[in-house]
Design a protein around this ligand. Structure first.
Ligand code: DLL
Length: 440
């Protein structure tokens, strides 16, 4: 069993000390946002809370929540809490038009984020002896930059490959002797399949750091067997920095949340009530150290369970389950965040009715993504070539909006079942973690 840490003193700090540290940092952070961020000041004033009311983590519940809608309403600079001249980077979520969230970083923010990613790599057993191939996307997406920085901090020789170009990925992996692979689980599965098809029985890998999208225990086992590695989960979101908010250790049973930088709460998504440890609910984060884009009580919409049970790895940070679903309608398809409303926008902009159904499944560890669209009188055609042309045109408009390619299937007018209540727009056949698989 591997027991390595990047910052051992912090990662194994007694829980009482973590809580004390969180309290001190929370008081400071609340003062920072109240002083430097007008929308936060307005939100707190409206809720009747002043910075003096927050004396420690026991007062956290007094603060109002912040949501993605707040982020969008204040796009682009509204929630920036330092002068622009102090920022050195931005990242942004996938998903386009109106849905983009832009997050800002000072050099200090980047440093702490990279520490979090280095902790994740070390917890999986990586050391400076390793060669680490980063096949997450580089650019506005946080995956590439975050793990690249973490790998540097740990002293690994780092290959900033970005995603795609599978042939080159495999060639570099073999030629240079990559031992750690960082990418989405679906891309890892795709690489494994590709290697098998080429008849490559061996590879130099030993560790995988996979996240950014839901994946099951079955998928973990299948990737581990196919690549002969141990595969570790990593969680994060752009709004809070990116990957490394939480990470798995040698136990591979839940992800430790970097509690020196983030306070985690579980709430009832309907009522907003804070739930006791062990309850299933929506994960809410407060960032304690971020300067440029601090978030207090940010509703992630990810549904999970937290556990404080002592972990055999020696870390004292609380653990979260893999996300078990979402409390909004966001889908993550092949690692890309997709909102049904974006699909609706494309349909309406192209003269279709909003009668559609999205079907998502996972076949051979790869997400399939199909949209059934009703033809209407304006588009009606009874030739195969006419239908194909329409499907192609719509598929490319969807790609422009979503960043990924769905299969478009034109269906006859009125053939999608009308619902009497909420329309069933999404049929997601993928299996996520079930409660019974979580032992706390
Ligand atoms: O996905 C950051 C990241 C990059 C995480 C690389 C891990 C590795 P966003 O694009 O903002 O950021 O998407 C954030 O993705 O709220 C979850 O719903 C989902 N998500 C992230 N990690 C996991 C995971 C990055 N390990 C949203 N398992 C989050 C399941 C995940 N879902």
């Amino acid at each position: 069993m591997v027991m390595s840490y990047f910052q051992p003193e912090t990662e194994t700090m007694p829980v009482s000390e973590i809580k004390k540290l969180q309290s001190e940092k929370l008081v400071r952070q609340v003062r920072h946002v109240y002083k430097n961020c007008a929308p936060y000041r307005a939100k707190m004033d409206e809720a009747g809370v002043s910075p003096e009311d927050i004396r420690g983590i026991e007062d956290l519940h007094k603060l109002p929540f912040i949501t993605k809608a707040d982020l969008r309403d204040n796009y682009p600079y509204g929630l920036l809490s330092v002068p622009k001249s102090e920022c050195v980077r931005i990242h942004s979520t996938s998903g386009t038009t109106g849905r983009r969230v832009v997050a800002f970083y000072t050099q200090h923010d980047i440093d702490l984020w990279e520490d979090c990613c280095a902790r994740a790599l070390a917890a999986a057993g990586a050391t400076s002896e390793d060669i680490c191939q980063i096949a997450y996307g580089f650019g506005l997406f946080t995956g590439g930059a975050g793990l690249n920085g973490g790998s540097h901090k740990l002293g690994c020789m780092t290959l900033p490959m970005s995603s795609g170009n599978t042939e080159r990925q495999i060639q570099f992996m073999n030629d240079l002797g990559t031992t750690v692979l960082c990418c989405t689980p679906s891309y890892a599965a795709y690489l494994a399949e590709n290697m098998r098809e080429r008849g490559e029985a061996e590879n130099p890998l030993r560790i995988g750091i996979f996240g950014a999208e839901p994946w099951t225990e079955e998928m973990r086992r299948s990737i581990e067997d196919a690549l002969n590695i141990r595969a570790y989960d990593i969680y994060g979101l752009t709004e809070l920095s990116g990957p490394g908010v939480a990470f798995e250790c040698c136990e591979q049973h839940g992800m430790h949340i970097n509690e020196d930088h983030f306070i985690a709460e579980i709430i009832d998504p309907e009522t907003g009530e804070v739930l006791p440890e062990g309850s299933k609910g929506e994960l809410v984060f407060t960032s304690l150290d971020k300067e440029a884009f601090p978030l207090l009580r940010y509703r992630t919409r990810d549904i999970c369970i937290l556990s404080r049970k002592q972990c055999s790895c020696g870390r004292t940070f609380i653990r979260m389950t893999k996300p078990m679903g979402r409390s909004d309608d966001m889908l993550i398809i092949r690692g890309v965040n997709v909102f049904p409303s974006q699909i609706e926008t494309v349909l309406l902009n192209n003269g279709y009715t909003p009668n559609y159904q999205i079907v998502v499944d996972r076949v051979n560890n790869t997400d399939t993504f199909d949209i059934m669209v009703e033809m209407n009188e304006d588009h009606f055609t009874d030739t195969v070539s006419g239908v194909t042309a329409q499907e192609k045109k719509l598929a490319s408009a969807m790609k422009m909006m979503l960043g990924i390619n769905p299969g478009i299937h034109m269906v006859a007018p009125h053939s999608i079942t009308r619902s009497e209540g909420k329309a069933v727009r999404v049929v997601d056949k993928r299996k996520l973690l079930s409660d019974s698989q979580w032992k706390g």
